[in-house]
Design a protein around this ligand. Sequence first.
Ligand code: 4AD
Ligand code: MG
Length: 434
Amino acid sequence: MSLINRVYVENVGAHVGEEVELRGWLYNKRSSGKIRFLLMRDGTGIVQGVMVKGSVPDEVFERFDALTQESAFGLKGKVRKEDRAPGGYELEVSDVVIYSIAHEYPIAPKEHGVEFLADRRHLWLRSSRQHAIMRVRHRIIKAIRDFFDERGFTLLDSPILTPAACEGTTTLFETEYFDLGKAYLTQSGQLYAEAGAMAFGKVYCFGPTFRAEKSKTRRHLSEFWMVEPEVAFADLNDDMDLAEEFLEYIVQSVLRDRERELKVLERNTTFLQNVKCPLPRITYDEAVEILKRKGVAFEWGNDFGGTDETIISEQFDRPVMVHRYPAQVKAFYMKRDPENPNLALAVDVLAPEGYGEIIGGSQREDDLDTLIRRIQEHQLPQEAFEWYLDLRRYGTVPHAGFGLGIERTVAWICGLDHVRETIPFPRMIYRLTP
Ligand code: 4AD
Ligand code: MG
């Protein structure tokens, strides 16, 4: 049978009454009198194979004893519906083929400490919970691509090795770059996406981004994935319209297609079902009022911390967009509010249930002289930004965009308490392996 036509556990239900051949790994096994149950995991689900002594040749029956947890094997047998079996189907086994016998597996079906599991991330990925998370992550990424592709955006990949900082100089990863001096791992593809917007009108970049985050929080990775749309002839309101439609699309796609996985994760989806347009929009000033009302000693002009974001988002039953932050806490490229030049035309989207900022975006400064002044105020090297300034020299227009962090979005949608489980191989200040 060709690879494409192979039967996998997730679709054995379409083969009831037929003899199929499955390949996978031993998840668990148990016996009861003359009956042997083999639980196979094949990457798409778990199915149980059943053998009764006498119904298969003895040498096949005895392979049960040889199989250890995570041994690789094949099962042949007829599919039958069995409501008591995991997944609702089982295989009446006619043959067992052993591919390899696994050494004693370090991850037993019991509680392990997080560091123990993280050290064995390459194996931990096989567990049902990690499997469910990765399948949600995959669906989120597909929804992101579909959303932009269906709306006429062009994918424009931005470089990873860059000559300058985009999001402040404190979190740069630096490396030597041949004879050309220092290069930095990108913190955001945005500046390049802006060039893309002036070339294609509507673009998005989607790739890994890097920040030397010295903080050990449950929201920070040093390598994370970000999708960044950028649109020409767009202002902050257009940006917020796009962001809310985008979030609704992502969440509703996952609810529709990953119900099973969200169940494995025991995710209460009430808040997720609420993610429908319009999302509430409040100003930074209004958010500060909320904090004051809740008795938080918060000084106007500061950025919100994790707990502040949680308190603000708790006032809403869906993600909330906070706009017009004090310019002093935001990036150099953000346009100021013409009504109040102390404010930046910025927006952060805060997820409910304490997940904090998942989107950061803004309208961009489109005036050449103002932008040069901002680069100087932020003490950034102007030479490295000459190409970026060209975008204001040749056909500058109002434009806006945002960045959505994939891992924080996965953590929120899956209801996880730390981003370390949202990416296959997390990179944090204290972890570079496996
Ligand atoms: O708010 P940020 O820094 O915005 C930008 O990078 C803009 N250039 C985006 C744009 O306008 N095109 O980051 C955007 C998002 C955050 O809201 C968060 O979801 C995620 O990226 N993020 C991180 N996720 C995990 N670990 C980190 N260290 C993160 N830093 C930011
Ligand atoms: Mg931000």
